[in-house]
Each structure stands twice: as structure tokens, then as C-alpha cells.
Design a protein around this ligand. Structure first.
Ligand code: FES
Ligand code: FES
Length: 178
């Protein structure tokens, strides 16, 4: 089959029953897409297919032929190709807000957030939560993940981004010391 992944067309030889996730990981070596539950529950395998977030463990690779697939490995280069500088703003915000612990959920979270922001550049908090609701995180409690996406929206609106949780904790501690 021929798959277009991160702008490159790959000729791939794989069994017909292999999922897109299996081909990405075990034929193309793109292990940024994580194999968590392998049955559509966790969202760790999320990739973009024609700009929409898709659970790659539930699509056969053959079904993705002729479509534009973007994995986490392609996000930064895609941002540069669109005229941006540095990492994709979602990647940068996740970094600045410490929006991970083990990182297993991170590529799926980031790609779901990227798809949301491409579709809706100024989403409400509820829209952000809904867009990320298919991505499970077993570590963080979600606060910093949501704040990371909110910070991008705040910048676009020209308003103050949310205070990072450790900064808020320091402010609270200092106020208690007075
Ligand atoms: S690995 Fe695909 S949803 Fe969990
Ligand atoms: S950071 Fe560990 S699953 Fe989200």
C-alpha cells in the first residue's frame, strides 16, 4: 500500500488486517504514536488524518491510503512548513506548562489539541475539554494539559494566559507567609 505520512509517500508491505497504528509503529518506525489499549479507549494512538484526529488503532492502514496522515513526529516540521518558527505552539505550551508526567498520552493529546485549534482558533474551555475528552491521562489530573491549551487561546485573544500551577502555588504560599 502507499501511505502519505508527514508529507512523504511510503510504499509499505503489510498484512491487510494491520491497523494504521501497527504500520506506523512497526513498518515506518514512527513510535511517537503510542499503543495503549489497542481498542479505541485511550486515545494514545491519535494521529491526524486529513486534519482530523483519528484513533489509529481502529483504522485499517489500507483505509488511510490516499489521505494525509500527520503523526507527532511530523508536527514540528509541518509548523515550519507553514511558516512558523520553533516547535508547534501546542508542543511549546505543553512544555512550558509541564503538561505531562510519563508522557504516554502526550502525542495524542497534542494532536487532538492541534486539530481543535486548526478548526476553532479560539475555543471555549468547554470546547477544549470536549476535544480532549477522548484522550486519557493516567498521571497528570489534566489541569496543566488544559492550561497549556488555554494559554495558546489566551495569547491569540491578547489576554493574560493562565498562571502555571506551580506559580499559583508559590503565590498562595507567599500570601500565607505574610
Ligand atoms: S491505543 Fe488506540 S485508543 Fe488506545
Ligand atoms: S502523562 Fe502519563 S498518561 Fe498522561
Amino acid at each position: 500500500m502507499h501511505l502519505k505520512v508527514n508529507g512523504d509517500v511510503h510504499d509499505v508491505d503489510a498484512p491487510d488486517h494491520w491497523t494504521l497504528l501497527e504500520v506506523l509503529r512497526y513498518r515506518l518506525g514512527l513510535t511517537g504514536s503510542k499503543q495503549g489499549c489497542d481498542k479505541g479507549d485511550c486515545g494514545a494512538c491519535t494521529v491526524l488524518v486529513d486534519g482530523e484526529p483519528m484513533i489509529s488503532c481502529l483504522i485499517l492502514a489500507r483505509e488511510a491510503e490516499g489521505r494525509e496522515i500527520v503523526t507527532i513526529e511530523g508536527l514540528w516540521p509541518l509548523h515550519l512548513a507553514r511558516g512558523g518558527e520553533g516547535p508547534d505552539p501546542v508542543q511549546d505550551a505543553f512544555d512550558r506548562y509541564g503538561a505531562l508526567q510519563c508522557g504516554f498520552c502526550q502525542s495524542g493529546m497534542i494532536l487532538s489539541a492541534r486539530a481543535l485549534l486548526d478548526r476553532t482558533p479560539s475555543p471555549t474551555d468547554e470546547e477544549i475539554a470536549r476535544a480532549l475528552s477522548g484522550n486519557l491521562c493516567r498521571c497528570t489530573g489534566y489541569t496543566q494539559i488544559l492550561q497549556a491549551v488555554q494559554s495558546i487561546v489566551a495569547r491569540a485573544r491578547g489576554v493574560e494566559p493562565p498562571r502555571r500551577s506551580w506559580e499559583a502555588a508559590n503565590v498562595g504560599r507567599q500570601a500565607g507567609e505574610r
